[in-house]
Design a binder for this molecule. Sequence first.
Ligand code: ACO
Length: 323
Amino acid sequence: MIRSVVMGSGAAKPRTVVTNDDLAKKVDTSDEWIQQRTGIEQRYIAEEDETTASLGEAAARAALADANLTVDDIDMIILATSTPNNTFPATAVNIQNRLGMKHGAAFDMQAVCSGFVYAVTTADSFIKAGQAKRILVIGSETFSRILDWEDRTTCVLFGDGAGAIVLEAQEGVGMSNDRGVLTSHLRSDGSHREKLYVDGGPSTTQTVGHLRMQGREVFKHAVAMITDVIEAAFEATGLTADDIDWFIPHQANRRIIDASAKKLNIASEKVVLTVNQHGNTSAASIPLAIDAARKDGRLKEGDLVLLEAMGGGFTWGAVLVRW
Ligand code: ACO
């Protein structure tokens, strides 16, 4: 059977680092409060000339170089983002143009913090259906542009950045020791809209709007939703938490990650944590963490990796992939 195998990864961070102490000069908060509640120590914030498209382009170029490929080898670009450069055209098409690619297709995917898991699942489906051989999957965000910097309950949590992987169609035998995406599971439930949303949009306010969140409510649902969809991934493959080499969750909050790992019996040394460095970068957080684990030598070919995310909507999902 056809498998979607990860050929390379890349990341791009804005130039400017903002520490908790830097933030505390502008916002009524403290390093101690932020670290204790979230594990975040710093985040990267995009300068005016840095956008979702420019960061996404840089991450895509890095992933292509890592995979020893060029845009000529790519059939499709899927960009997960909730902070597009424009309402339209899709920022994926902007990135396609920046990369000098005129063939194939490019489109955006909107599932907020679950965007990367949704994009990997979509790419895997195109590859399995034989409609694409190699797909660039990017997560890129500039959440700093939709934050209400007067609202300390949200603005301290998020950051900007981008990450990308290249998926390639390869023959597998259909067993769980195949390389590539082994299973993916997506969920959504729109009844939770009010808990995490942006209060603007073209069809309602004709503005971009600001992120609004009931943090406690999100927290309350997160662990149960995450662990439930991961159990579905284990059930579909016959794999268990013991088989996992690396757990690479969406990096929203260290307490959510720790509680999910504990509930699933995943040892803490298998958890890839970057939320301390990047804050919550929404759809970019998983590919940024993937790239960090690849570059520091932890993540190697053959490793079994569990990706998971939960975000606005609510949307949530899990992917099991053998590197
Ligand atoms: N600095 C200092 N004090 C603050 C700050 C701040 N930045 N923000 C809030 N406080 C104060 C509040 O005013 C409140 O004070 P009070 O007790 O005097 O009224 C106190 O801290 C506690 O506030 P809570 O909101 O109850 O704090 P909580 O312990 O719930 O932590 C947090 C808030 C960190 C947002 C937590 O609820 C959380 O992590 N939720 C999950 C949010 C999340 O991860 N969302 C993203 C997931 S989905 C996605 O990625 C898009």
